[in-house]
Each structure stands twice: as C-alpha cells, then as structure tokens.
Design a protein. Sequence first.
Length: 280
Amino acid sequence: MTITTADQAGPPPTSAQIYQRLRSHLAFLKMGAAAQALTSVLDAARQDATTPLEAIEALLAIEVEAAEHRQQTSRLHFANLPAPWSMDDYDFSAQPGVDEKLIRELATLRFLDDAANVILIGQPGVGKTMLSICLARAAAQAGHKAYFTTCEDLVRRLTKAIAEHRFPTGLRFFAQPRLLVIDEFGYRKLDEDGRSLLFEVINARYLKGSIITTSHVGINGWAERLGDPMLAAALIDRLLHRGIIVGIDGPSYRMRSHQARADAFRKAAGTPAARPVATS
C-alpha cells in the first residue's frame, strides 16, 4: 500500500497542542515572563480581535520588560550603594549651598559620555555622599555599570589583592565600571602604598570612565592629606582634566534632618522646639 504525504503527516495539531508547544518553546528559551503571560495575551487577542503580529509583539514586549527589570536589579546590586536614595529624595530647599541647576544637569548623565569626573567638596553633613549615591543610582537605572566605594575600602581591597597575587584583577574591577564613586576622599591620610594604589585606579580610568569623588578637604589641601605633593599633582591633573567641581557651602544637611526629627519628638511631647544648631 502506498502511503501518501497526508497519511504521513497525520491530522493537523489542535489549538491545545499548539498552545502547549508554544509554552514549551518559551520555557526552552527561558522566556518565563512571556510563558506566564501567554494565556492572558491570547485571551486579550481574541477579545480585541488583534492580529497575530500584534499578539506576538505584545508577548515579546512583556519579556523584554521583565529582562530589563532583571538587568536593572543586577546593576543596582553590583553598584553597592549604601542607601536607597534617588535624586527625588534630595531636598534642595534644605541645602541652599548647592547649585541645583548644575546637579540637575549632572543627573542627565551627559558627563559620562565624555568620561568626565565630578568632585563634590564641602564640610561633613552637607549632602555630598547622598548626591553621589543619587547620581550612581541614576546611572545604574539608565543602563550603566556603576560602583560605590569609600577611598579607604578601595585601598584595603587592592592591598588584599596584592597579597593574594591578583592585583591586575583587583585593579580591573575598579577600572571597568562606567562610573566609579570614591567617597570620603582625603578623610584619612594614606601611607605610601595606599597613595600609589589610589593613583593606579585614577590613572587606569583616565579618559576612559567617570569618577565621582567626595571630600571635605578642598583641592588645595589634597597634597597635605596625601602626603606626597608630586603624586597629588598628578592625581589632581587627571581628575580635573575633564573635571566638574561642585562646591557645597551651606548648613549641615544631616544636622537639619536630625533637628527636624528632634523637633517632631518635642512637639509630640508638648515641649518647645530647640533653637537651630550652629554647624560652622
């Protein structure tokens, strides 16, 4: 007996079989969000009489959104931000010493395109670290790799990398992110090895990636804090070549927050508010 092509092919698959195959394909491709939304997308397509092309686009859009969310979560985890602050949390009215227009411009992240650096300088408590975290979060949310560290921790990790014979890997870790935040620059004096390691990082990123530094010491005082005028000059030269200095000359942002909470407690207790605390 001759077997026809139709006999070999068998009956056409049912809608239920096609549905199960589609779910299997999505699972194989690790498109979990699309697989989970498949039923609702198909139901919506039947209800709204959309075309197959529109249904496919809607399904893939769901998967793309889920993938973007996973990637953003991963970037934020890598960024090592010590607080969940975003630019919306910064109260510019509480800190008249900061140039809001300049900060808003930095928040566009255009400085990353030029591998420019941002140097935030001001007394303790004026909001330097908060602004650096806000800018790093904005960068991570925009799809850039960012990393936050203190100057002390950076030196400590690279010192450990040397001891473990993996300095190139350690240096590459700090050189690769599109944006590196070095908080508390000059907070503690560094020894000769620490100064050299800090310079290695800044030199490795020179004209390749942006750095945000925060310091309560003015640039004129960096040579004294670093303990090496020649190295300080080379370091400053690289940071300022494409550098934006943001000076914050205002009251303590942190002290204002503490005082607001204290006044709230006093009000609840029925006692008069305290006088403003001098921060100069």
